[in-house]
Design a protein around this ligand. Structure first.
Ligand code: OOG
Ligand code: NI
Length: 470
């Protein structure tokens, strides 16, 4: 039993996500219903495997991600400091300009195997890019409104400073409580807009995302996402219970060997908002932004695996546009070209694997060790000296994100797979550097991290087995 320090980053993250989840269930009761559906589906799935929810590690039941949209560079810098205290650092660059949104961002998430195992919660965090707002008047309006917003309470800023000072690195239990409570204020929903209805409508006309970011005093969390064992069953159950489910699951089709990420959501609610107006705050309107999502995670793919995924997805999108055919059927057909057998995926270098020396083979490690020899991995696996399992994908898919975004902003397009990527690779490189400069650190590519983990696990096997090479 390990002693938990109040400042322990993994522990703070777990406390934070619990508090956030409770708050969001109160704010969006339909989200509570989705969580109930997920529990029901997972219980049934486990029963069919002769297991129960109690057999899963307790952290399985924790939400896996949430998302916020920030308004300014300063807010982005501050949130990265706060998330670092909770053991979440930026991984992966997401240029949402590619899918038509004036935003870019990263996922703040735990990086090490150990932290991910304790609690894999992450926050997909984007920030507005005023340079992508086409109208100069609207740009000026947005930046001037945001310039006076105070997302971080003075107490929270104090606590962040304190947590970062090495000499006083340990927050007391009381400080930790205050840190969680003050942090929640950033994510809380406010039904009172900070601007008049007219301003809201002007910003919304530019882009619904701009209005969502600019018109409120907080950066309300726009969704939370539990992980499920069977996303198709959750989708069916949402529909059966009359939840306003989006009409298709994003990501790869259902497969034997799950890869990357599949997600679906119920559509955002239309919520009453009172806008600033004249003497009193009495002008009523509505805003649509907050929803509930669910995800099913599969294996991390290599660059080659990702290229094949992107290629087949683009092909499926093209075909379902041309043929008037159910897009899920097209997707399944097209993805028949993506190998669906772990051994094939491994040998063709499409999926990342975590290798381990089999427990009963440590350290005697059979005949090979004496030799200091070079042995091929295939042979070690075949002889049962080494085992391997696919590494779970912990990141996001911008194209899927766009599908979720669009269906939750009262967007017209909810055909799911019909979005087109605009070719902006050069630009993306530049804006990535801008975000890195803003955060004061490099943003590692998620694929490099999986690659490192796989290589590290091979090296570890090599050392344990005393081989010169695997
Ligand atoms: C973020 C959407 C990205 C996902 O699951 O892909 C995301 C947003 O709506 O701000 O959470
Ligand atoms: Ni999401």
């Amino acid at each position: 039993h390990e002693e938990l320090q109040p400042w322990d980053p993994d522990h703070l993250r777990t406390r934070f996500v619990r508090a956030l989840s409770d708050m969001y269930r109160t704010e969006v009761p339909l989200y509570g219903k989705l969580v109930d559906i997920v529990n029901k589906v997972d219980t049934t799935t486990l029963q069919s495997r002769g297991q129960s929810l109690d057999d899963l590690p307790s952290r399985f039941q924790l939400e896996r991600h949430g998302a916020i949209r920030l308004g300014t560079q300063q807010e982005m810098r501050m949130i990265s400091r706060l998330f670092a205290i909770m053991g979440m650092v930026p991984v992966g660059y997401y240029d949402l300009k590619m899918v038509g949104f004036p935003l870019h961002g990263t996922a703040f998430r735990p990086r090490t195997e150990e932290s991910l195992r304790k609690n894999a919660f992450r926050v997909f965090t984007t920030v507005l890019r005023p340079d992508l707002i086409s109208s100069p008047e609207v740009r000026e309006m947005a930046t001037s409104i945001l310039s006076t917003r105070q997302l971080f309470s003075p107490r929270l800023v104090e606590l962040i400073d304190q947590a970062e000072t090495p000499a006083s690195a340990s927050l007391t239990a009381e400080d930790a409580n205050a840190l969680i409570a003050e942090s929640l204020k950033i994510f809380k929903w406010h039904s009172r807009s900070s601007v008049p209805l007219e301003t809201y409508l002007t910003l919304k006309k530019e882009h619904p995302m701009v209005a969502d970011i600019v018109c409120f005093p907080s950066a309300h969390i726009n969704h939370l996402t539990p992980r499920t064992l069977d996303i198709d069953a959750v989708q069916a159950e949402m529909i059966a219970q009359g939840l306003p489910a989006k009409d298709c699951i994003e990501g790869p089709p259902r497969r034997k060997c799950e890869i990357l990420l599949r997600q679906t959501s119920f559509k955002a609610l239309e919520e009453r908002v009172s806008f600033a107006g004249g003497a009193d705050h009495g002008v009523d309107g509505t805003h649509t932004a907050r929803f509930g999502e669910v995800e099913q995670r599969g294996a991390a793919v290599t660059r080659k695996g990702r290229e094949l995924y992107d290629f087949l997805l683009a092909k499926a999108v093209g075909r379902s546009e041309k043929e008037d055919k159910d897009s899920d059927a097209v997707l399944r057909e097209v993805f028949a070209d993506y190998p669906d057998d772990w051994e094939v995926l491994r040998k063709e270098g499409l999926v990342y694997f975590r290798y381990r020396v089999a427990e009963d083979k440590v350290p005697a490690a059979s005949s090979h060790s004496k030799l200091g020899a070079s042995v091929h991995m295939d042979r070690l696996l075949k002889e049962g000296v080494v085992t391997c399992e696919p590494i779970t994908y912990e990141d996001f898919l911008p194209f899927s994100a766009a599908g979720i975004f669009t269906s939750n902003l009262g967007g017209e397009r909810d055909g799911g797979h019909e979005r087109k990527l605009q070719k902006t690779e050069e630009e993306s490189k530049r804006s990535r550097v801008q975000l890195e400069e803003l955060l004061g650190r490099k943003i590692p590519s998620e694929i490099d991290l999986y690659d490192e983990l796989q290589n590290y696990s091979v090296k570890e096997c090599q050392t344990i087995l005393g081989l010169s090479e695997i």
